[in-house]
Design a protein around this ligand. Structure first.
Ligand code: FAD
Ligand code: A2P
Length: 269
């Protein structure tokens, strides 16, 4: 962003300053911004963020907040769509520059939208891990559940790296390191590159591989809860699998055994 654009964004009421940017691959990056003092949100929710468009109007997109509700800054994990109206520009942001952030968090991937249970599953592909990056760092997750299973699937291993480093770092986190110990099970898989664990989330649930690999019991609606975040096709296929285990879909207003959110709105669907 050039100096002129920066000065223009500063005049907007919802501007926040970028504090850190990290590029993970040529398609993925994460960044942190200042948090509006008045912003309260529940881990797992999303907000609208963006930049000023070429026409001088805000160009906003939905983004899951990847940081937990206790964090004094906000973190986001983003795709870089080469011709994407927002991310073709957003991928070039630098610390000190500003983005627009509408402080109205919403979303279904919140702990309140589920009935109490013993084990919670976070099921994500690609940037769909963002809401779970928040929930995995929230003490409430470990207060409410005895076990947390994070399944994250990408085509290649480098695309798993943001999640892998986050999970690794949790063990040494002064706030929740002890809570996480022995409770958080991480199951990253790739589908188009050789790695320790492979396969689609749907397949690994249906053929029982994930239960065998982790040495845990299969899903049971009496004890298991799930949150799903990926493409529309992924979400639909996972819903079928979860329903097969006897889980039913809930919402903020009607808590049940699982909830779903789109990680993005795809082409033509
Ligand atoms: P767009 O015109 O918005 O998208 C162009 C095309 O790129 C889409 O049709 C789709 O095919 C593809 N695409 C868009 N986003 C993604 C993605 N995340 N992964 C893979 N392909 C994608 N995006 C994030 O990167 N991180 C988030 O945390 C995030 N949270 C979201 C939460 C919700 C509830 C929704 C609905 C979307 C979320 N998105 C997220 C998608 C985001 O809103 C934008 O679509 C994305 O930033 C690309 O914006 P764009 O203007 O560059 O391209
Ligand atoms: P696959 O490589 O077998 O298509 P994408 O990059 O296309 O968004 O996909 C991200 C990850 O999600 C990939 O590992 C992909 O597996 C997987 N995936 C895509 N669609 C589905 C689906 N309908 N069900 C399960 N996994 C899916």
């Amino acid at each position: 962003m050039d100096q002129t654009a920066k000065a223009t964004v500063r005049t907007l009421p919802d501007a926040q300053t970028v504090t850190e940017v990290r590029h993970w691959t040529d398609r993925l990056f994460s960044f942190r911004v200042t948090r509006p003092q008045s912003l309260r949100f529940r881990s797992g929710e999303f907000v609208m963020i963006g930049l000023l468009g070429d026409n001088g109007k805000p160009l906003l997109r939905a983004y899951s907040i990847a940081s937990p509700s206790w964090d004094e800054e906000l973190e986001f994990y983003s795709i870089k769509v080469p011709d994407g109206p927002l991310t073709s520009k957003l991928q070039h942001i630098q610390p000190g520059q500003e983005i627009i952030l509408r402080p109205k968090p919403v979303g279904t991937l919140v702990l309140d939208a589920l009935l109490p249970g013993k084990r919670i599953w976070f099921l994500a592909t690609g940037t769909g891990i963002a809401p779970f990056a928040s929930l995995m760092r929230d003490p409430e997750t470990y207060e409410k559940y005895e076990q947390v299973v994070m399944m994250h699937t990408c085509r290649t291993a480098d695309e798993l790296e943001y999640g892998r480093q986050l999970v690794e770092g949790l063990k040494n986190d002064p706030l929740i390191g002890e809570m996480v110990e022995g409770k958080l099970l991480y199951y990253p898989t790739t589908t188009r590159e050789e790695s320790a664990y492979m396969g689609r989330i749907t397949d690994n649930l249906q053929n029982g591989k994930v239960f065998a690999d982790l040495g845990i019991a299969p899903m049971d609606p009496a004890t298991d809860r799930a949150m799903v975040c990926g493409s529309l096709a992924f979400n639909q296929d996972v819903k079928t699998v979860l329903e097969g285990f006897g889980l039913t879909e809930g919402a903020n207003s009607d808590p049940k055994e699982y909830v779903v959110e789109k990680a993005f709105v795809g082409d033509g669907i």
